[in-house]
Design a protein around this ligand. Sequence first.
Ligand code: HEM
Length: 515
Amino acid sequence: MDSARSQILWFLPLLGAIGVLLNSYRKKRAHGLPYPPGPGFLHAVKGLATVDSSAPWLLFVEWRKRYGPLVYLDVAQPMLIIHSEIIARELLEKRASKYSSRPESPTFELYGWGFTTALLPYNDKWRQHRRFYQRGFRPDVAIQWRPFQLQKARTLLLNLLNSPEDHVEHFATFTASTIMAITYGYTTAPHDDPLLNIVNRAIAIFVKSTAILNVIIFSTFTFLESLPTWLPGLGFYREASVSRGLSRKMLDAPFDFVKKSMGDGTAQVSLVSEFLAQNDEGTGPLASEETIKEVAASGLSAGIETTSSHVMVFLMAIAMHPSVQEQAQAEIDSVIGTGRLPDFDDRPSLPYIEAVLRETLRWQQASPFGAPHTTTEDDVYDGVFIPKSMLTTPLSWSTYGTAIAHDESKYPDPHTFNPSRFLTPEGKLNDDDMHVDFGFGRRICPGRHVAEASLWAAIVSILAAFNVRKAKDEKGNDIEITPAMTPGQVVRPVPFPCRIIPRSAEKENLVRMDD
Ligand code: HEM
């Protein structure tokens, strides 16, 4: 983000000239209809150049207050920020045939990530990827991954019992080991796993390279690519070469593990082993090995950070709200008793736990900017002109309660963690399943059923076995937690101190017995 900012500052005068030219060109193309309201070019560039990188969405929220729920931003690559669920559904879902592509930034190829589903334009390759997810992750098929999810959740409990202070690492291990098991049938080592190290390093560079400002800047000012790398601000090319090597390894190494284990008869059932078997038997859609590698690595990279971020959000929420914890534990104890740990068969009988899961998805998002879609045709909405190739992004989070998941009219007192907002007065779940957290229309997250099940397994297991409390200072007073998220495109809670204590000796035994 900082390097993106230094680049934009350096090129500011040039951008000004280009922007003025492009603006006047576009105005002539608007067929007499106005563009949606928004800041002018120079105002927008100045805003982006000086944005608070720890909370860049605050700038968009400021613009929303001034311009309304659809904000048009014209920094050469036109962008529409959607602050309303109704408008997001109208455009991204009902008019999905026009709004389902992605920005085609040279940054992605440059960093070796051009293969990944989330960044593919709306084309045949993307459709092929989505068919594979449909085969592996649709609700009736995703059930087969539950034993992995439950097993990893139980390992998480044991890790929390043994070293509660390392909970951030344990949550990362939980999500990564679950997805590695589902995708490749691979069991990760407790520490320093060689395959996971490759994946984590590749993702870390990728997340940095696709920060929203980088995407806007490099997809707009493509000439930046052809400038010499010794110019100030262009050192990112060296990083790009490292990234390309890592992403290639991420595609090949876990896939080779599956092929080898299939060859010697030790393979576990997994997404990749099933796709390869279907290829051999001719029972599934035939795909090249490269496509299977791409689908597998795309799911992995999209699912690890987002899921573990939400487990951290859950922990932060219950550490701050003991009454939520008590109500959730009372439900678990009354439904399943205290002599065993919960499993997926209990899920339909635990509505309050389901409400805690939904509130966790709503309260703080892993991806407050959502993921940008681009238009493939001109469109007109509510009297304004929306041109082809416009970047549209549904903003899901804001401090002022104006964005989608914090819309005060739908979620009163939106910054309070209150699972009961998802329950009817009779204690039944209402029909708001918080799927907005997983995006919209044809690009909606294909891993959402897997993600929800992993989160459910972690949440219910932690609540059944542990009390989570605020940490104490040296005088024995509670250390208050102020919710804060890290900067970036995929965000997570800033680490906070807390205590994770077994609820009883009986619970501790249950966790150890499961080992
Ligand atoms: C709590 C966890 C997760 C959250 C909050 C989340 C959220 C999202 C969001 C917001 C999008 C963009 C949707 C759009 O463009 O409208 C997305 C896309 C995607 N997600 Fe997830 N996700 C999660 C977990 C997962 C998991 C576990 C997987 C796979 C195992 C996965 C795979 C993907 C893929 C492949 C895409 C790209 C879809 C496309 O562009 O067509 N995600 N996710």
